[in-house]
Design a protein around this ligand. Sequence first.
Ligand code: ZN
Length: 444
Amino acid sequence: MRTASIILFLFCFAALNAQKHTFIDNVNIWDGTSDRIQNNLQVLIADNLILNVGKNITVPEGAVVINGNGFTLIPGLSDAHVHLSANMSEKEARNEAHWMYTSVRTAKAAENFLMLGFTTVRDLGGPVFGIKRAVDEGLIPGPRIYPSGAYISQTSGHGDFRSANEPNVILSGGQMQAADLLGWSYVVDGVPEVLKAARENLRKGATQLKVMAGGGISSDFDPIHSVQFTSEELEAAVQAAADWDTYVAVHIYESKGAIRALNAGVKCLDHGHLLNEETIKLIKEKDAWLVPQAFWNDTPASFWVPGKDTIPEALYKKIKPVLEGTDTVFKLAKKYGINVGFGSDAYGDLGYESYALTEFTSRTKWYAPLEILKQATSENARLLSLSGRINPYSEGKLGVIQVGAYADLLIYEGNPLEDIEVVAHPEKNLKLIMKDGKVYKNEL
Ligand SMILES: [Zn+2]
């Protein structure tokens, strides 16, 4: 009787541990960190992790076999600056569309990013916690999501998207607006309010905090040069994040706000197109990160020129100096060898996700394809790892092809290290998308 129980136990144990194997044969591999491609290799995947990379790998019985046709296998791409829920104009998304409709569009945006080859994204603001959960549970296709939750903004800051007649939450006696309740932004002033907003985001599952530290383009009531939040307020957000073992990323263009943020302990500056040399040196000294956007300068001129079907005059006035700063900041970032993440900030409508791929092409003005690909894989993974002990994806490594890493990988026809356009045109070149060991596209 006892022996029978043990056998039954062992049988159940074996059944529970039966791994699903996928074997990819005949691929050239760029592993996310090295300077060259290694030819004619094989990859063995067990469930969602890479079990082996090499030659003459023994194929386990029952493994799914994929012939890579001698194409190029690279780690899944990541985008460190997206807003999955901002898939309409701010005004529409915040005030007009039903939240359920916005959620469905957000799910679609997540799927679109995945199908472009982005297996991981860092969402830098907007309601996305439910979508992240649905993706992680396999209910809908999408990339791994590092959510920030609601923007933390001061009154009249870059996250204060109230209309001209909408009352201030505090001044009106604490009546929160529907959009804020849904988690678009928390408009707060003073240390206690900043702490509350920070902790509310962490409670909901933020993996890092997004704080608005200076003027923005899409918001109406804050000049680009404006410095937002005092040192004490920024330090409070940093402290709340650090207490959860994570960090603060800020929206900022100009140096004054950037220096204040860095000195408060902020680890990542997003945008930064108007930063001067002194600030870039400070980023280096603090081992912080910069995530600038190059593609904005390469969108059709009609996109930015004011007109009936394009953008209002006021917005153009804000974006013009930012576009003019792009070249300088990329040159400085390169000169000082600071940590540079790959983040597109591509948002505004469904379909705009593909602008994230334009970022690859646009960065070739300053970087070689190899450097850009590292930024969008292993370097971004280093940035994402700043989420420390609340990193939701810590079972394997991200952004690399190596034993023990997550099976997040792409197979392209063509060599992206020689020609970055291979990555920029997935509809033609991307033959296989695998995330967490699951195949989402297979044209091999
Ligand atoms: Zn953004």
